[in-house]
Design a protein around this ligand. Sequence first.
Ligand SMILES: Nc1ncnc2c1ncn2[C@@H]1O[C@H](COP(=O)(O)OP(=O)(O)O)[C@@H](O)[C@H]1O
Ligand SMILES: [Mg+2]
Length: 279
Amino acid sequence: MQILRNEAYFLAYAAVTKYAAQRCIWIFYKIAMLKIKNINTYYGQAQALKNVSLHLTEGEVVTLIGANGAGKTTLLNSLSGVVPPRSGEILFNNVPINNLAVHQIVRMGISQVPEGRQVFKPISVEDNLELGAYLHHRMLGGGDEVKRNKEMVYDLFPILRERRKQLAGTLSGGEQQMLAIGRAFMARPKLMLLDEPSMGLAPMVAQEIFRVIENLSRENKTTVLLVEQNARAALKMANRGYVLENGHLILEGTAAELLQNKDVQRAYLGKDKKEIWER
Ligand SMILES: Nc1ncnc2c1ncn2[C@@H]1O[C@H](COP(=O)(O)OP(=O)(O)O)[C@@H](O)[C@H]1O
Ligand SMILES: [Mg+2]
């Protein structure tokens, strides 16, 4: 009897331990959607990123704040493979990606919307979206997925559906930004990298862009790394943020913590911007 009881205890113990181990693995995977470990990125001799480490959890919106020239675009370009880091490691869902080519990184589920609304101006809205789908399309070998994704983009941005036959170059600035985001979305990324999406847009239009980014995150479950000139608007939307200064990450915290931080307030949340962006 005693032996049976011991056996039962042992089995119960083993089951609990196994459950705990599975839980740990699950949590680890959840935490580790993106892990950047001590990356150093250069342009020739000039070092633009110095020992930068950060992480993103699935489903988060994380914002990267910093002055002009701090290295924000370089960080996004390091991630997307445009300017690979010279040392350090980038893990995406636990797979090292720092030695992969740009198109391979896109296929793994990371899409970048570069600074400055880069759409193909002489072709239509619809053709721009189909170009965005090209890599994904080839991978799936079918047009149905492309069609479905295009509909999703049109649902996200109804104005693009209305203008689908129009040449991209004739769209307004805000519409071009929507198209740039929509085009990146055609690859159905798990992680979207957005570089200053509100730059040069009127405040009302910028707010519309922010609403769309919130939608991408909330309804389409896309994880977002957002670089923004407007730290206040970005922090209002984000779960967490990092502050980059001269290629160093100098601060990280929840969005609420950063909004309260005196240094952040002084350097990045100037009063002048407040009225325009307050929602
Ligand atoms: N293509 C490039 N060639 C040489 N230096 C560059 C290049 N792009 C950026 N830099 C330099 O790298 C630093 C970081 O730039 P960047 O990442 O564009 O900053 P941010 O996006 O924060 O404004 C700056 O000193 C900038 O001058
Ligand atoms: Mg930049």
